[in-house]
Design a protein around this ligand. Structure first.
Ligand code: BT5
Length: 325
């Protein structure tokens, strides 16, 4: 939640390195100077550094590379998404925290974000490698007015939001969506999406959209088993990235697209999805829980189902699978 400390931080960030008087802050925020000083001590413990400027107050000289509430509010343009943030240095999985918060009634757009996950997970309880401070490991709780069977479409809505946020920010590579939940750069995975749902028979209570984005890893930060299949934005862009900008952009796009989706249906998402798809037109092998389907990926349907034309001409619709291209 947005606290007094966040408000103080926001003012220092907005001041662009100019000093702010402790007395002015105290007057404006209607607290004592001691209270201001205590909040500054807490911020120091979090890695922010201040200098005292004689007769003029304090100035912010070092901002840690963190995706905390105070910094995020600087860049957000959303009305709901990311307006409530639960920030952690380390958690098992932001999905688990999100499930708890859903039970407690967390509002639409609540974000859980962690610098490090000790038990990050992918689909079907696979492991998701979430190295400390290098990626974006977050879950967004959303409460859209849709039927449970529409939930898988939100994986595609999210993929389009992430891919377009990346395209708006980075010029040295072109990210592609791999159906259903990956974003690849030059064929290597940079983002995975995990959509979970809490629902009654006919009504969604909440979707828990987990997004893992490799941002500032170098190749040797990845475990060996991932080095041939994973990459990060910094590797592909050629320079380190301020994660908080990307988080804000992803949330902006996601709020916009999910609102449009709820209002107007899947049609325009499908168009955006096709624009960034690295799957359509390719020969693929889809492994579902029941079977293996091989052929050409020809389209996604209005429901987000992937259609594959097999060698015998028969077209099969795939609802969920692992895809090899
Ligand atoms: C996914 O699963 O791609 C969904 C990943 C979702 C992660 C986010 S992080 C925030 C939130 N909290 C969580 O605990 N999870 C979500 P899937 O399609 O099943 O892919 C999993 C496979 O990707 C693994 O079996 C590995 O092969 C590979 N993998 C694991 N970590 C990776 C990484 N950091 N980068 C690229 N590939 C990875």
């Amino acid at each position: 939640h947005f606290t007094m400390k966040d408000e103080i931080l926001k003012r220092f960030l907005n001041a662009n390195g100019e000093p702010i008087s402790g007395q002015v802050l105290a007057d404006e925020l209607q607290v004592s100077r001691t209270a201001i000083w205590k909040h500054l001590q807490t911020l120091k413990q979090e890695g922010y550094e201040f200098e005292t400027v004689k007769k003029r107050g304090y100035k912010l000289v070092t901002v840690p590379d963190k995706v905390d509430m105070g910094q995020l509010q600087q860049f957000l343009k959303t009305t709901r998404y990311g307006r409530q943030v639960h920030y952690f240095e380390s958690v098992e999985s932001t999905q688990l925290v999100a499930h708890e918060l859903v039970r407690e009634g967390a509002p639409d757009g609540t974000v859980i974000i962690a610098e490090h996950q000790t038990a990050g997970r992918g689909r079907m309880m696979r492991e998701w490698e979430s190295s400390e401070g290098k990626g974006i490991w977050m879950t967004i709780i959303i409460r859209p007015e849709i039927a449970p069977h529409q939930a898988p479409q939100f994986t595609l809505v999210t993929a389009v939001a992430v891919v377009n946020a990346m395209k708006a920010m980075f010029k040295n590579f072109t990210p592609e969506i791999k159906w259903p939940n990956d974003i690849l750069i030059k064929g290597k995975k940079t983002t995975g999406i995990l959509t979970e749902m809490v629902a009654e028979a006919d009504r969604i209570q909440a979707l828990l959209i987990g997004i893992g984005i490799n941002v500032n890893q170098q190749m040797d930060d990845f475990p060996e088993a991932l080095q041939s299949i994973a990459t990060s934005i910094a590797i592909e862009e050629g320079e380190p990235i301020e994660r908080v900008h990307l988080v804000a952009n992803v949330l902006d796009f996601l709020e916009h697209y999910s609102d449009m989706y709820v209002k107007n249906g899947f049609g325009f998402i499908k168009t955006l999805w096709e624009e960034s798809s690295g799957t359509i037109g390719k020969r693929v092998k889809a492994t579902t829980l029941r079977e293996v389907v091989e052929g050409e990926a020809i389209s996604i349907t209005e429901n987000g189902v992937l259609e594959i034309r097999q060698a015998n001409g028969e077209v099969k619709g795939i609802y969920s699978a692992d895809i090899e291209i």
